[in-house]
Design a protein around this ligand. Structure first.
Ligand code: PLP
Length: 365
């Protein structure tokens, strides 16, 4: 295996990197769709409380956490698997279904982890280009499925566009998919849709044995740094995943923190409120600056600035504002900004305004 066959996941730049490079003191990071309110105070207390247990191995299977998730979502424990971020579950599901004769269907562009792990496993990747407005050409996925297709990945709401499709549309799609093809619906951002019930497929796993729904604690629950996600799926698949998974990938502090995060309904609701308000505010502000704004159901907004996107991105960095330049998604004209708190959103728009107004450009007719 040649190491130069692989390219690494390109994360949003970190605050330390920018501080060192540009020597700016106050940094605003709106690049990785993290929680705009930070870590919940109750979760912080919980982590402190359990700090002295750091020397212990966690209980294999993270039974306590699975129990909490099962209560919260009204699902059976046997259908739930927790992982070191949903990334771990994506990796395991791909590895379990790998083989050089098999293929995986992805939209182009899509969340890069799917492709990176598929490549590592030597699975053929079939890419279906998204429609121009970033909606899903689901009929083209159905056409692309062949006897060697192992998995189809859908991200709903989608990253980086923020596009989301309603549950009934995916249900119709599922009815056209052969039973031996796994459909993985990554719902990392589903919390931020106006009405979760209209979008989430989590209650459909009992109807479709080939459906896997992924959720994460990294976004709405504010635990990105602790690495915790979970998947909901048929008992049979859940059982296999538990067997092949490294036993202690979810650590004790992450488990305790997640249990508290599930109970801290006030923080969760305030997060959703902050994101919805911020999304409207940023969306309007971006449009006022002649940006093209893609409608978003996530905690981020993808947009096309009226001047060169890379130029805007770099100028923002110099001001200590980190957003995501989407060149790595093959979208060099577009940028993605995470919804921050009201202060961050305002500073971002102010900075962007300075950059755009400072440049002569011809507005579209
Ligand atoms: C952020 C994100 C996740 C979450 O990954 P974790 O490993 O749980 O942090 C999953 N899928 C998509 C599409 C994401 O953008």
């Amino acid at each position: 295996m040649k190491s130069d066959e692989f390219s690494s996941y390109i994360p949003g730049l970190s605050i330390d990197e920018i501080r060192e490079k540009y020597r700016v003191r106050n940094i605003i990071k709106l690049a990785s769709n993290e929680n705009p309110l930070g870590t919940s105070p109750l979760v912080r207390d919980t982590i402190k409380k359990y700090a002295s247990f750091a020397f212990r191995y966690p209980r294999s299977g993270n039974i306590e956490l699975v129990e909490e998730i099962s209560k919260k979502l009204g699902l059976k424990k046997d259908n739930i698997v927790v992982g070191n971020g949903s990334d771990e579950l994506i990796d395991l599901i791909i590895r379990l279904n790998s083989g050089t004769d098999r293929n995986i269907i992805l939209f182009d562009p899509s969340f890069s982890i799917y492709e990176l792990q598929a490549k590592l496993c030597g699975v053929e990747i079939k890419k279906i280009p998204l429609n121009r407005d970033f909606s899903f050409p689901l009929e083209r996925v159905i056409e692309a499925i062949d006897k060697n297709t192992a998995i189809v990945f859908l991200t709903n709401p989608d990253n980086p566009s923020g596009y989301a499709v309603k549950k009934f549309v995916i249900l119709d799609f599922l009815n056209h998919i052969p039973e031996d093809v796994l459909v993985v619906v990554d719902e990392a951002y589903v919390d931020f849709t106006e009405e979760i019930k209209e979008y989430s497929l989590i209650d459909q796993i009992y109807k479709f044995n080939n459906l896997v729904v992924l959720r994460t604690f990294s976004k709405a629950y504010g635990l990105a740094g602790l690495r915790l996600g979970f998947g909901v799926m048929s008992e049979k698949l859940a059982d296999v995943l538990r067997k092949i998974k490294l036993p202690f990938s979810v650590n004790i502090l992450a488990e305790k923190a997640a249990i508290m995060a599930l109970k801290d309904i006030d923080f969760y609701n305030l997060t959703l409120e902050t994101v919805k308000k911020g999304r409207d505010f940023l969306s309007k502000g971006l449009k006022d600056l002649d940006c093209y704004v893609y409608p978003s159901k996530g905690n981020f907004i993808m947009f096309k600035p009226p001047i060169d996107a890379e130029f805007v991105y770099k100028k923002l960095l110099k001001k200590g504002i980190i957003i995501r330049y989407l060149k790595s998604y093959n979208l060099p004209e577009l940028l993605r900004v995470s919804i921050g708190n009201s202060r961050e959103n305002k500073l971002f728009l102010d900075g962007l305004k300075e950059i755009i107004k400072g440049r002569i450009y011809y507005p579209p007719p």
